[in-house]
Design a protein around this ligand. Structure first.
Ligand SMILES: [Ca+2]
Ligand SMILES: [Ca+2]
Length: 152
C-alpha cells in the first residue's frame, strides 16, 4: 500500500488500529518507524522528502541512543553499504552546535567519528558511515541516501 494511502486510511479510523508503520518500506523499532532511501538527495531535499512522505510527522532520522544508532547502522548494512546516509543533525543554526531537524534541540547522544565534526570547508549537515555507525559532518549540498523517522 502506498504510504499516503495508508496514512489517509489511518486518519479515518480508530487511532489504535493504526499502530503500525505505514508499509513494508518502513522498519520498526519500538514505537518508531524508519525509512531507508535508495535514492540520493541533498540534505535539505532529503529533509523535505521526509516531511512530505509522511504527510504528518516524519523527519530526517534523529538518534537518541546507542540502541537506535545500532538499529540504523545494521539496517544500512542490510541495504547497501558503500553508501553513506544523511541523518538529521545539522549546525546551520549555530556553527558548531548540532541539533536535530525534528526538534531543533541539541544532541543528547552522539557517535561522531574521530576528529569529527571538523567543519572542513563548510560542513553543516551529517552523514552516518554504514560500516561503523559513526557520524561525520559534510556539506549539506552533498547528495546521499538518507533515513527518515516517524513516531507511531
Ligand atoms: Ca558546521
Ligand atoms: Ca567532517
Amino acid at each position: 500500500m502506498h504510504v499516503t494511502t495508508a496514512l489517509v486510511l489511518c486518519s479515518t479510523i480508530a487511532l489504535g488500529l493504526c499502530n503500525e508503520c505505514p508499509d513494508e518500506e518502513w522498519k520498526r523499532l519500538e514505537n518508531s518507524c524508519f525509512f531507508f532511501s535508495t535514492e540520493e538527495r541533498s540534505w535539505t531535499s532529503a529533509r523535505d522528502f521526509c516531511h512530505r512522505i509522511s504527510g504528518v510527522d516524519a523527519y530526517l532520522v534523529y538518534i537518541l541512543s546507542e540502541t537506535e544508532n545500532d538499529f540504523v547502522k545494521d539496517r544500512l548494512n542490510t541495504y547497501n553499504y558503500e553508501h553513506f546516509f544523511h541523518i538529521g543533525a545539522t549546525d546551520t543554526g549555530h556553527e558548531g552546535v548540532f541539533s536535530w531537524d525534528r526538534t531543533s534541540m541539541s544532541l543528547t547522544y552522539t557517535n561522531w567519528s574521530t576528529d569529527e565534526p571538523n567543519q572542513a570547508g563548510n560542513e553543516d549537515c551529517t552523514e552516518m558511515n554504514p560500516g561503523t555507525g559513526t557520524w561525520n559532518d559534510i556539506p549539506c549540498s552533498e547528495s546521499q541516501r538518507f533515513v527518515c523517522r516517524m513516531e507511531l
